[in-house]
Ligand binder design. Structure first.
Ligand SMILES: Cc1cc2nc3c(=O)[nH]c(=O)nc-3n(C[C@H](O)[C@H](O)[C@H](O)COP(=O)(O)OP(=O)(O)OC[C@H]3O[C@@H](n4cnc5c(N)ncnc54)[C@H](O)[C@@H]3O)c2cc1C
Length: 265
């Protein structure tokens, strides 16, 4: 079984700040990590490897420093690491990112299962997993909370609005994973030594390596354009009323009256 895990390097913060002048993400002073849900995707792949045997390839697209997250995935137990990095990839929207990842997966060759996080904490769109599946023409399972392989088939649970859906499906398919799926393991010392040794080099691929032409990737390959990015201004002034309930209630009624809000009889 060959499992490909998609991992993205993201800033270690839930409060993404934008430079008000350029609209770019402020990355200075913010540590970078593997996107949290991608660790759960990798753990799911490692558990399948432990249970039924598998080879795990980790694939990331990003600037050269994304090498760190690929190395961390190798240290956790992945077998092969590939970093897609090229100036031609910059400015990619979600479609250009998905199609570039999809092209790289076609270049990797045969696979049985692709695992991704549901959502990246910086871009936050949750579009990449589904779009990669569409690009490759394979089925997809999103919001997965349980994932096992039985007799070459996927047995999975996924969260839906009304509860939980139990699915069995043939391979290949792509699944997007959420935190409820498992508890990711820590890299071992042996894993770290092996990941940083020359015996397990991270493969670095550029646009030419995956057969991508300039118009297919980065800004030229993007179907959307960012017109402007900005931090929304607080449109409303929030006041908190504290104190005993009767006092809060009468001050609230007073505040409504001041604003000519009719409370009825
Ligand atoms: C017009 C436009 C221009 C942009 N320009 C830039 C830019 O210049 N520089 C820039 O950094 N971003 C840019 N972005 C943002 C970039 O497109 C997104 O960060 C990227 O497409 C991933 O989307 P997301 O973060 O919402 O991922 P999600 O869809 O939320 O991620 C879901 C999962 O997909 C996988 N995944 C996501 N991204 C990657 C990746 N790169 N490698 C491997 N796996 C991945 C992970 O498993 C992740 O958990 C731009 C976006 C737009 C719309």
């Amino acid at each position: 079984m060959h499992i490909i895990v998609l991992v993205k390097q993201v800033p270690n913060t839930s409060e993404v700040r934008l430079d008000p002048k350029t609209g770019n993400l402020i990355r200075e002073g913010v540590e970078s990590i593997i996107n949290p849900e991608d660790r759960h995707a990798l753990e799911a792949a490692l558990q399948i490897k432990d249970d039924v045997g598998a080879t795990i390839t980790v694939l990331s697209m990003g600037p050269p420093q994304s090498m760190e997250v690929v190395c961390e995935a190798l240290a956790m137990g992945a077998d092969r690491g590939i970093l897609l990095t090229d100036r031609a990839f910059s400015g990619a929207d979600t479609w250009a990112t998905s199609s570039t990842l999809g092209l790289a997966i076609k270049h990797i060759g045969d696979f049985d299962l692709i695992l991704a996080g549901r959502q990246a904490v910086d871009g936050d769109t949750a579009q990449i997993g589904p779009q990669v599946a569409e690009y490759l023409g394979i089925p997809q399972l999103t919001y997965v909370t349980k994932l096992e392989i039985h007799q070459g088939r996927v047995v999975a649970d996924r969260i839906i609005e009304q509860g939980c859906e139990h699915i069995e499906s043939p391979l290949p398919l792509l699944a997007t994973c959420i935190a409820a799926l498992n508890q990711p393991r820590y890299p071992t010392v042996a894993g770290i030594l092996q990941a940083t040794s020359e015996r397990t080099p991270v493969e670095i691929w550029n646009a030419a390596d995956i057969g991508a032409k300039a118009h297919m990737v980065g800004l030229p390959g993007s179907l959307t354009q960012v017109v402007r990015t900005f931090t929304p201004k607080e449109a409303r002034d929030t006041q908190y009323l504290e104190g005993p309930p009767t006092s809060v209630a009468s001050r609230l009624i007073e505040a409504f009256r001041e604003r000519n809000i009719h409370l009825g009889e």
